[in-house]
Design a protein around this ligand. Sequence first.
Ligand SMILES: [Mg+2]
Length: 186
Amino acid sequence: MTTPRRAIFLDRDGVLNEVIDRGDNYFVQEKKVKWTAPWTYSEFHLKPEVSGALQAFRDAGYIVILATNQPDMAYGTMTREDHERIMADVRILPLDDIFVCEHGRDNGCECKKPKPGMLLAAAEKWNIDLTQSYMIGDTESDIIAGRAAGCKVVFVEDGRNSEIETEYRVKTLTEFSKILIDTERI
Ligand SMILES: [Mg+2]
């Protein structure tokens, strides 16, 4: 039995890349949406310094795993071609593994956040100690999934989502990488 590893789990949209403002009167499958994932490759814009922050997590001894809901193909708001083009850019980043849930909200799957299925599957695959790991996200769904898996949770706050309470709260991944490095020193 090898020693369990520590991981940083990350959400994608709103954490690695910018989210898109659809305005105040946009509905997807009867649910009002305002901030959404990019639905086309041209809407996909990585946030600054993301690659360096992910590498800093690795350098601090964590494996770095993306856990993202991508239901927009199921909802018909995005083509598979655009999804694949975006993910091709994501795969270039310093990530050790990528878990994607493509199910819609009525599918009943165990992987779609706020369920912790992707984190639990990753823990099994990589022998991760979830209690020594972090989930970083920008929505309540990420935070619930992270807590359900037993991880510490980190909230990326950018003004549109400031009402959610968590122990760690940052504006950027770089900011959290500094906190993490300071925590390791103690
Ligand atoms: Mg998000």
